[in-house]
Design a protein around this ligand. Structure first.
Ligand code: NAD
Length: 354
């Protein structure tokens, strides 16, 4: 299993090194992995002026899977757009054809108190948000600045989805629903946006091949509200890039911390990029307080989805459950009476459990 390791910026190197320790621990037990690191994001800019250096992209293209930390930070905020670290993420997604972003939001029973919602609203939560990742307003052209007809300056972007893009993400949605609770909710803004009207038409059409799956549609504003009001009504949500970006961060808070949630971004060949859903958290970087569990759980997703190794994935997930049950907590999920640990000590605990 060839894995490209792109630690990135901020807390990226801290959390990725704990995930690498987990892989190395499994390697001593027989898992065959080959790891190679490369600069990415701000680290790529520092190394050679490009957030996605050609050598990093080549490594990612040759690998079976990519393990990412996070990119970005205040140091890079004033750079021109092509050099912004976040452009590195958008470009690698596009270059590897990673159109399907899978973001599970699972609440561990031990962390019920870490959620800002009432326990009865969130306990037992287990939902999957599938976000389309390579289309929508994030990539649409034209975009830019111009003077409008009144001579006033304005900024503009373009939202669009091609039929093939909607069909393939809808397929992922239905297939995922088949493996779970047979319920798929497609989220759009059909009452206002032409792109959404087309999205709903195509998702409905794909749904005709999946009579076993109960398909529903919801406006994004209502979905944002329902995720807080009654999140357990959802099994699988499929949505576009912009809405998915926002809803998946919202769903992360249901589970207590953004530091707990892994993600997978897959292409049609099954190769994938695995990363925590959070960013580079510059406010806590270098302090050994970041939660590494989202990144460690991203490795479990990698083993499950790209390498079809559910037993190894299950061992990592069980080890994470074990350390939570033993009371280990980083600052973001801390609670009275818990065993407060730093990033490295949380990695130690997971490795010990493994
Ligand atoms: P963020 O996710 O980095 O941080 C939001 C909050 O969550 C912060 O208070 C942070 O301390 C906390 N947090 C995040 N991860 C944590 C962890 N593992 N453990 C404990 N606490 C954690 O979002 P932001 O502050 O909006 O963005 C910071 C930078 O990250 C920006 O430059 C942004 O562009 C970038 N970013 C990158 C990615 C990515 O690499 N995929 C995603 C989102 C944001």
């Amino acid at each position: 299993m060839k894995i490209a390791v792109l630690a990135g910026d901020g807390i990226g190197p801290e959390i990725v090194s704990q995930a690498v320790r987990v892989l190395e621990c499994l390697a001593t037990d027989g898992l065959s992995v080959e790891l190679e690191s490369a600069p990415f994001g701000g680290a790529g800019v520092d190394a050679g002026g490009d957030p996605l250096p050609a050598s990093t992209l080549a490594l990612a293209q040759q690998a079976d899977a990519v393990l990412c930390g996070a990119v970005g930070g205040p140091k890079y905020d004033a750079l021109p757009r092509p050099q912004r670290p976040e452009q590195g993420i958008l470009r690698i997604r596009k270059s590897l054809g990673l159109f399907a972003n899978l973001r599970p939001a699972v609440l561990y029973p031990e962390l019920v108190q870490a959620s800002t919602l009432k326990p009865e609203v969130v306990s037992g939560l287990d939902l999957m948000i599938i976000r389309e990742l390579t289309g929508d307003i994030y990539f649409g052209e034209p975009r830019g600045r111009r003077d409008n007809a009144q001579g006033e300056r304005e900024g503009y972007d373009t939202m669009h989805y091609a039929e093939s893009e909607i069909r393939r993400i809808a397929e992922v949605g239905f297939q995922t629903a088949l493996k779970r609770g047979n319920k798929l909710c497609s989220v759009d803004k059909e009452n206002v946006l032409e792109t959404s009207r087309f999205w709903r038409e195509i998702v409905t059409d794909v749904g005709r091949q999946y009579p076993q799956v109960a398909l529903s549609h919801m406006y994004v504003d209502n979905a944002a509200m329902q995720l807080i009001r009654n999140p357990k009504q959802f099994d699988v949500i499929v949505t576009g890039n912009l809405f998915g970006d926002i809803l998946s961060d919202e769903a992360s808070m249901l589970t207590g911390s953004i530091g707990m949630l892994p993600s997978a971004s897959m292409n049609s060949a099954g190769a994938g990029l695995y990363e925590p859903i959070h960013g580079s958290a510059p406010d806590i970087a270098g302090k050994n307080i970041a939660n590494p569990l989202a990144t460690i759980l991203s490795v479990a997703m990698m083993l499950r989805y790209t390498f079809s190794q559910p037993e190894w994935a299950g061992r990592i997930e069980a080890a994470v459950k074990q350390v939570l049950a033993a009371g280990y907590r980083t600052a973001d999920i801390d609670e009275p009476g818990a065993r407060r640990v730093g990033t490295v000590e949380m990695g130690d605990a997971v490795v010990a459990a493994l």
